[in-house]
Every structure is written in structure tokens, then in C-alpha cells.
Ligand binder design. Structure first.
Ligand SMILES: Nc1nc2c(ncn2[C@@H]2O[C@H](COP(=O)(O)OP(=O)(O)OP(=O)(O)O)[C@@H](O)[C@H]2O)c(=O)[nH]1
Ligand SMILES: [Mg+2]
Length: 575
């Protein structure tokens, strides 16, 4: 299926050409018939002998109805640019052409219409003038077909040229959406909305929501080109019979989407491309209307790192929208200045939820950049802002690499600073850490740090890694009266100290475990004697000699567990 929008100045023959190609006159409104003028979008299609479907969106050429034209041209595959051979390139030919270019349309065919009214030389002149306008543009190589609605062969040639355009297959994205361009109610059927389905398929029975209002409903039926279908593919024109929402609650410019997939936004960071032949620069002054999908939104404009955008140049800007909309990065739009009633720029959305102040902002669209600006996001936050389903770094969180490095360094520092502590005090309880540090802690490689029973350890200090050396066990068993170190190999003792199993207190060696026991014992004694305890009291309780009691108490002092006051030891800050 190929979705084609017409474009061109008022009265140049767009509707007539669509009728000649499809047999359908799309000027269905009473007023359109009476005035011989298209006011609103028209839809018609034809199916070729090989089953190929050409689906047309016929737009109005009159400048007063430009909003309707803009509502129709999102998501098309190509354009049919219509130029009256007698009148040639006119203001709305130019404006429609600019709009298509700014929206990124890449293909098209040009029809030089009403050729039955001209001589061959006149037709030749008309063609040359149009060719000049198209030179070096996206339609630079487009075929120009001379047509007359009274000459069937010219219409067939045009159809043939349209069919010969190969457009890239549509990129399927994660979230379907329809910018609604028509809403009505049919007796016995109920609410129907129409639009072009973008980005992903939609299926009958799906729960949907209409944004920005947030009305909830369900798809009862889907029609594409007058055929009932179970599933619609992106790029097709669809009519959706919505159950559960009154047609009075839906407007052109709303979007139909699946629930919980979109975030509304009223501040957008964007890139703007000013039209080349503007007679002025674009500045924050002026009243602007943004046309995005089928919506029209009043916006105010602040430029980022620029005072103005000169004609033909590009700058970044922040737009403040009068009502919130559901859009995604990379969506294209048109900016018109209402005072001058002219199209001034095309834009592309970069960030729908800018976090940096205007003076600091440097918006770009890529997921990495969004993450770098924020440090971390959970996967759903990222999905709502971009439609991108990213693999989390840990749990459901994605870290920027800078943030992850910093958070890991912080945790690692905490681990390292515990090295001198007794073995029972090793490790960090993850529950006690701020969320982002706890999450970063889960990303350590096993050789960096390990988690056991909810605590993070340096690998060699993890409980499971500590195979007690027989010598260590000997020291543990001896408790407050350790063996004479001279009986053992010095190097072995040194290693056991380095590994944290033994403590060297002024040449006297204890098991690390012994200091924890001393700590517990002192704590007990101090509960009974809050005014302080003497060295003898501790020595007696520990059933040891001064030789061992003194260095143990001094080690507790050094760790802030106890404090000296005269002959007594009182509680320290770390008791
Ligand atoms: N002789 C002749 N008249 C044509 C041809 N194509 C269109 N016309 C006439 O031109 C007039 C305008 O045609 P439309 O098709 O309504 O023009 P349009 O571009 O759709 O106009 P808007 O939608 O209002 O912008 C009508 O009176 C048509 O009959 C043609 O090939 N030959
Ligand atoms: Mg028309």
C-alpha cells in the first residue's frame, strides 16, 4: 500500500485528479460541493489489478484551510504535487512544497494539470518553469506528468509513475499511534475515529486511550480502505470503531494510543530549520503555532544558545506549549508565525522532558545523551520519553556510564575504608544504601566485589571466601591469651594480618575475631559501669594478663569504641 497526499495551490485540480485516479469525488461537504473548493481532507483509494492499493489524502489548497492540509500529511509515503499548467507555481504550491520538505517527505510525482487547455509549446514552457522550481530539491528527479482529466491515457501514465516509486519499507517502532483527523458517530456503530496508523500495528479488542484527555476505551472494529480487518499495519489509513468513548469527547489533533505508553509534555526541546527565503530572522518575539500530527498548538519560543535564527539556518529551541501533547523524539512538525500568517520553519523534536535549564541546555536526540543528562533513569521512564526499550544496567535501572562509574567508585571507597576493621564489621548492608548506590553495587564484577546475604564484600573478605587457616583457628581458640608469635613463620603471620584474619597489635598477635569479642565484652561491662572501667576490670573479665589486656584496650580506643579518661575507659563514639 502506498499512502499519497496531494499538494498544490487552490483550484489547480487536486481533487479532480484524485477522482480521475480512484473514481471517488472526495469533496463530500455540502459547502465544498457548492463552492467547488476543498475545505477539509478527502480520502479515496484504488486497487490495481495486481492488488496494489493507492491510498490518497486530498488536501485543500486554499490558505485558509492550511491547518487541514497539515493534519493530513503526517506519515505519508509520497506526495502528488499538482501544478496548473496555465497558472504555474503559485504561493500555496510553494508553501505546500516547503511543508512536505520540512516534514521529511522524500518521494513524489508532479502532475502538470489541465493540459487540455494549452498548446504544446505552452505546456513545454510550463514544464520548464516547474523544473526550475524543483531543481536541487527532494523532487529534483521527480517525474513531471502532463495530465488532463479528459485524457484517460494521461491519468494511466500518472498512475503508472506513482506505482513505479519505490519507497523504503516502514520502520516498525514500539508504540502504535493514530493522529486523529476525523471523528464521527454512526448509528448502530458508535464512535469512529480515522487517521493514519503510525509506527506499529493495532488489533481489534485492544484497550486504548485518547490523549491528551486520557479517555479510555477499546477497539471494537477496525476498517482499512472499507474492509474490516483484525489487525492494521502501520502506514495504512484506518477507521477505528471505539467502544466506551463518546465522539463528543474526541477532537482532531488528539491521538489514539495504547494505555501507559506515552507521557504528555508541554515543554519540548527541538531543532528548528528556518525557511531559506524568509524576509526576517526568527526570534522569540511573535506568536507561533506548532503543527504536529493533526494537532495545532500555540507555543512560545526560546532559542538555545542563539538570539535569532537567520533564514536558511538551523538552531535549537525550547517550545512552551499551550496544551500538553503526546509526542516522541524525532517527530517532525511545522512552525507558523500567526502575525505574518506564514510558515517560518520546520522542526524535529529532540527531548520531550528537558531537565536542564535553558541556559545550560544542549539537546540532542540519542538515548545516551538523555541518560548522560539525567545520570540514571528507569526503563519505563526512558520508554515513556522515547519509545525505546533499553536493556537495564541493573534491576530496571539504566545508568549513564559516568554516573555508574562515580557510584561504583563511591561504594568501592566505602568497602576499602573498612579494610582495617575487624572481620565481623566487614561488608555493607545494601538495604542501608541510597537506591542508586545499592543498584550500582549490584553491577560489580565478582573480582571487584560480591554480595552475600544482602551484604556487599570485597571478594577476599566475603564470608564464603574465608577458609580459616589452621593457625587462625588456633588464635581464635586461644582468644585473649594468644600463642607466642615467635613460634610461627613471620611471612605467614604477615599474610594472615594482610588478609584481615589476624591483628598485629604492637607485636602481639590476636585473631581479628578476638577484637570483636573484646568489643562485645567492653560493651557489656560499660552497661554495668557506665562511669568507666579499669584495665584490671577488663583483664579479669577476659581472664588474661595485662600484657594482652592493654593492647586490646588500646586497639578499642583507636577505633573509637572506647575512650580513656584518667585510669578509666568510657564509651567511645563507636561503641
Ligand atoms: N479542463 C480541465 N479542467 C480541470 C482539469 N482538472 C481540474 N479542472 C477543473 O479545475 C477546477 C478546480 O479543480 P479542483 O480539482 O476542485 O481543484 P483543487 O486543486 O482540488 O482545488 P482546492 O481543493 O480548492 O484547492 C474544477 O472546475 C475542475 O473541473 C483538467 O484536467 N482539465
Ligand atoms: Mg480540492
Amino acid at each position: 500500500m502506498t499512502l499519497i497526499a496531494t499538494a498544490g495551490h487552490v483550484d489547480h485540480g487536486k481533487t479532480s485528479l484524485v477522482e480521475a485516479l480512484t473514481g471517488t469525488n472526495t469533496d463530500r461537504l455540502e459547502e465544498e460541493k457548492r463552492r467547488g473548493l476543498t475545505i477539509d481532507l478527502g480520502f479515496a483509494h484504488s486497487t490495481g489489478s495486481a492488488g496494489e492499493v493507492l491510498s490518497f489524502i486530498d488536501v485543500p489548497g486554499h490558505i485558509r484551510f492550511l491547518r487541514n492540509m497539515l493534519a493530513g500529511v503526517g506519515g505519508i509515503d509520497m506526495c502528488l504535487l499538482v501544478v496548473d499548467a496555465r497558472e504555474g507555481w503559485m504561493p500555496q504550491t510553494q508553501e505546500h512544497f516547503d511543508i512536505l520538505r520540512l516534514l521529511g517527505v522524500q518521494h513524489g510525482v508532479v502532475a502538470l494539470t489541465k493540459c487540455d487547455l494549452l498548446s504544446e509549446t505552452e505546456r513545454e514552457d510550463a514544464r520548464l518553469l516547474v523544473e526550475m522550481q524543483l531543481e536541487n530539491t527532494f523532487l529534483g528527479d521527480a517525474t513531471i506528468v502532463e495530465t488532463s482529466i479528459h485524457d484517460e491515457s494521461s491519468i494511466e501514465l500518472l498512475r503508472h509513475k506513482i506505482l513505479s516509486i519505490v519507497h523504503a519499507p516502514r520502520q516498525i517502532k514500539s508504540r502504535p499511534r493514530i493522529w486523529i483527523d476525523r471523528v464521527f458517530s454512526l448509528t448502530g456503530v458508535g464512535t469512529v475515529v480515522t487517521g493514519t496508523l503510525l509506527d506499529a500495528p493495532l488489533t481489534v479488542g485492544a484497550d486504548i486511550t485518547i490523549l491528551p484527555a486520557g479517555h479510555k476505551g477499546r477497539i471494537r472494529q477496525l476498517h482499512s480502505h472499507n474492509q474490516e480487518v483484525e489487525t492494521s499495519e502501520p502506514g495504512s489509513r484506518v477507521a477505528v470503531n471505539v467502544h466506551g468513548i463518546s465522539h463528543n469527547d474526541i477532537n482532531r489533533g488528539d491521538v489514539l494510543v495504547l494505555p501507559e505508553q506515552w507521557m504528555l509534555s508541554n515543554t519540548l526541546d527541538v531543532e528548528l530549520h528556518a525557511l531559506p527565503y524568509l524576509a526576517h530572522s526568527i526570534t522569540r518575539r511573535g506568536h507561533f503555532l506548532m503543527y504536529i500530527g493533526s494537532d495545532e498548538v500555540e507555543v512560545s519560543l526560546r532559542l538555545i544558545q542563539a538570539e535569532s535564527i537567520a533564514p536558511g539556518t538551523t538552531a535549537k529551541a525550547r517550545l512552551y506549549l499551550q496544551h500538553p501533547i503526546a509526542v516522541a523524539p524525532q517527530d517532525k512538525f511545522i512552525l507558523r508565525e500567526t502575525g505574518r500568517d506564514e510558515t517560518v520553519a520546520g522542526g524535529i523534536v529532540l527531548d520531550i522532558d528537558p531537565v536542564l535549564r535553558l541556559t545550560k541546555a544542549d539537546p540532542q536526540y540519542d538515548v545516551q545523551h538523555l541518560l548522560d543528562e539525567r545520570g540514571m533513569m528507569n526503563t519505563n521512564e526512558l520508554f515513556l520519553r522515547t519509545g525505546v526499550q533499553a536493556t537495564p544496567t541493573v534491576d530496571d535501572v539504566i545508568f549513564s556510564s559516568a554516573m555508574l562509574t562515580a557510584a561504583k567508585a563511591e561504594v568501592f571507597h566505602m568497602l576499602n575504608s573498612q579494610r582495617s576493621l575487624a572481620s565481623e564489621l566487614q561488608g555493607i548492608d545494601l538495604v542501608g544504601l541510597p537506591d542508586h548506590l545499592a543498584q550500582a553495587a549490584r553491577t560489580f564484577r565478582p573480582e571487584e566485589a560480591v554480595i552475600e546475604n544482602g551484604r556487599l564484600y570485597l571478594p577476599e573478605l566475603a564470608p564464603s571466601q574465608k577458609q580459616t587457616h589452621p593457625l587462625v583457628q588456633e588464635f581464635i581458640d586461644a582468644l585473649f591469651t594468644p600463642p607466642d608469635p615467635n613460634a610461627f613463620d613471620r611471612a605467614l603471620l604477615r599474610r594472615l594480618v594482610q588478609e584481615g584474619h589476624l591483628l598485629n597489635l604492637d607485636g602481639i598477635f590476636f585473631a581479628s575475631h578476638t577484637l570483636d569479642r573484646a568489643h562485645a565484652m567492653v560493651k557489656d561491662l560499660l552497661t554495668q559501669h557506665p562511669d568507666g572501667i579499669t584495665t584490671s576490670a577488663f583483664r579479669e573479665a577476659a581472664n588474661t594478663t595485662r600484657k594482652y589486656a592493654v593492647p586490646l584496650l588500646e586497639a578499642l580506643d583507636a577505633r573509637g569504641i572506647t575512650r580513656r579518661r584518667g585510669d578509666l575507659r568510657i564509651a567511645g563514639p563507636r561503641l
